[in-house]
Structure formats: C-alpha cells, structure tokens
Design a protein around this ligand. Structure first.
Ligand code: ASP
Length: 342
C-alpha cells in the first residue's frame, strides 16, 4: 500500500506544470443559443474554460490565470507586453514547464510574432483559440485547448519558438496566418509549412523554425517598452498618396505598405513614400498577397529610395518587427537585415 502511494506521488511530481494564460477571444465566447451566428468574444473565464476540457489533468498539472478577456480585435500592445512579462517571470521563477495562451484568432498571429520576439526561454509557449464560441454545436475550443496543453507539456516542443495549435495543426509564429473568416481550418503556414501535427494529444514534429526567435532574439520588453507608431497602408488601384502624409503628420516613425504583388504601389504613392523616406521615416514594402516573399530592387529601386522589404513577413508582422526595432538606433542596412533574420 505504502509503495503504491509513493509511486503515485512520484508520478504526480513529474507531471509537467502548465500555466494557461487567458486573454479572451471566441474560445471564451458565448452565444444566445447553440446555432447562433452572433456571439460575444471574451465572456468565459479561464477557470471555466479549463473545467470544460475532460482529460487535461492526465496530461499535466494545469492551472489558469486571466491576463485579459477581450476579443482579439481589441488586443493591444499593453496586453501583449503584460503577457510577455508574465511568461518570462513564470519561466525565470521556475514556476512552469510550459505555457498555453488562449487568444482570439483575429490577431493571434500578431501576438504570436510579438511573443516570438520577446519571450526569453526555450520552454514551450503554445497559443490556441477557437473559431466557434464555447456554446456552439461542435465548438472547437475544448479539443484545441487539450492539444495545446499536450504540446506545451511535451519536451520535444522546446526550442521551436512560440507555437500556435489549432485544428490538429502546429504552426510556427513566423509563418502562420489566418486565411478564412469562419472555417475551423483557418490558419495556414504557406511559405515554410507546418511545425507538426497533434491528434488527440499525440504530436508529430516535422521541422524547427528557420528564423531566430525567443531565447536567441535581441528584442526584449525589459526596462519599459515604449513602442513608436508604425502604420500599415493598404495599396490598391489609384491609391491616394496623401495617406502617407497623414500618417507622418500623425506621428508615424515608420510605414508598412501592404503593397500589391511583390510589394508594389502606384507612382504617386512611390514618390511620396520616397520623399518621406528621405526625411527619415522608415518605409517597409510588404504585400497584401497572402503568400510569397517581397524582394528588393525588382520593380522598385529600394537602394535609391531607402526602402526596406519585409521578406516573408506579412504587413501586420512586419509592423511589429519594425516597432520593436525602432526602439534602438539602427541603420537602414541593419533594419533590412532584421527582416532576413527574424
Ligand atoms: N473576433 C474573435 C477574436 O479574435 C474571433 C476568434 O477568436 O476566432 O477574438
């Protein structure tokens, strides 16, 4: 009897300690009835969400903390910074073996990218969410949360940067993007592909991210983070060039152009962008096209205009990298190199 108790204790002690940080989103959303299309994000607290997932206890020693409770359309840098601090503190205090962040899907890729640049640990940080609210028929949140905890508890997930687990897929923060407004199969990793898959808690890993992240990142939220304003302007046929002037007048230190094709923009926007670039505003050419890299000096002379290209990063992620990068004095060549490194 004594031996059984000791073995039980030993087994309990080795269960990985997973902290789930709740921030809201559809996974925490409720609707008036279970086929309602309309719902409100960020209604269910993290404790209730954890209680709704059978079998979590067998995977790990799980506890929840509420960091925020918002639809991720309302995600802010203040919340992202709080999240990064909490994750760094939990790991440096040795209080967690892995962390899961529940989050809305709308801006999940932005928070994932931000954390990928500012978390200082090799330990797993896994984000998850849901496309259907907790009250829906076939709500996808509980299985996503189960799979996210399984990956966060798995030592093989270490050193792969911030991961996103949704719909049985494991994505890397650098690559993933939301591609469908309503489907549960919304996240894809179009350029570099999946990190792995996870089926009812059993994970397979295919690759490690190619770009620098987390414990090797030079970016940090320590010492007070004041992020400069960087705007995104969406290029289109006959784009009004004075949008650039508006951004600069409002205090933008950088502008990311969600360009057409390979980061293009019309001649009027090009010449206004070149004029503000000459005055020290950083212009980054990204693309409104969902997949493909933006390459230097193809249809635009970047060397002459002083523009940067975002390489593989979409406009939202290119903006976050620039905001963090502008917190320190860097040459244009150094800034460009960051887009090839992260
Ligand atoms: N608007 C929601 C959010 O991002 C959508 C979702 O979570 O799927 O919070």
């Amino acid at each position: 009897m004594k031996m059984v108790t000791n073995r039980y204790r030993r087994r309990k002690r080795v269960r990985p300690r997973i902290v789930i940080l709740g921030t809201g989103g559809t996974i925490a959303g409720t609707a008036a009835f279970n086929t309602a299309a309309g719902y409100i994000s960020g209604k269910v607290g993290i404790e209730a969400m954890v209680a709704a997932v059978p079998g979590l206890d067998a995977l790990a020693d799980v506890r929840g903390e509420q960091i925020a409770n918002v639809g991720s359309q309302d995600m802010s840098f203040a919340i992202m910074i709080r999240l990064a601090h909490r994750i760094n503190d939990l790991f440096s205090a040795g209080a967690a073996d892995g962390i899961v962040v529940t989050h809305g899907t709308d801006t999940m890729e932005e928070t994932a990218h931000f954390l990928n640049l500012t978390v200082k640990s090799r330990k797993p940080v896994v984000m998850t969410g849901a496309m259907r609210p907790s009250t829906a028929i076939s709500a996808d949140g509980p299985l996503n949360l189960y799979n996210a905890v399984a990956v966060a508890a798995d030592p093989r997930a270490e050193g792969r940067g911030v991961l996103v687990v949704m719909n049985d897929r494991i994505h890397g923060a650098h690559s993933l993007t939301k591609t469908n407004t309503t489907s549960v199969e919304t996240f894809l990793s179009p350029i570099n592909g999946l990190i792995g898959t996870v089926i009812y808690g059993k994970a397979d890993y295919f690759r490690r991210p190619f770009r620098r992240h987390t414990y090797r990142s030079e970016f940090s939220v320590e010492g007070g983070t004041v992020l400069p304003r960087v705007d995104i302007l969406y290029a289109c046929a006959d784009m009004p060039a004075d949008l650039i002037d508006c951004s600069v007048e409002r205090g933008a230190k950088g502008i990311v152009i969600a360009g057409d094709g390979n980061g293009n923009m019309n001649a009027a926007t090009l010449s206004t962008a070149a004029a503000v670039s000459a005055k020290g505003i950083v212009i980054v050419r990204s693309s409104r096209v969902p997949t493909g890299t933006v390459t230097r000096n193809v249809e635009v002379n970047d060397d002459q205009t002083g523009f940067l290209v975002s390489d593989e990063l979409n406009p939202a992620k290119a903006r976050i990298l620039l905001m963090l990068a502008l917190s320190k004095r860097r040459s244009l060549a150094e800034l460009q190199q960051l887009y090839y490194t992260y």
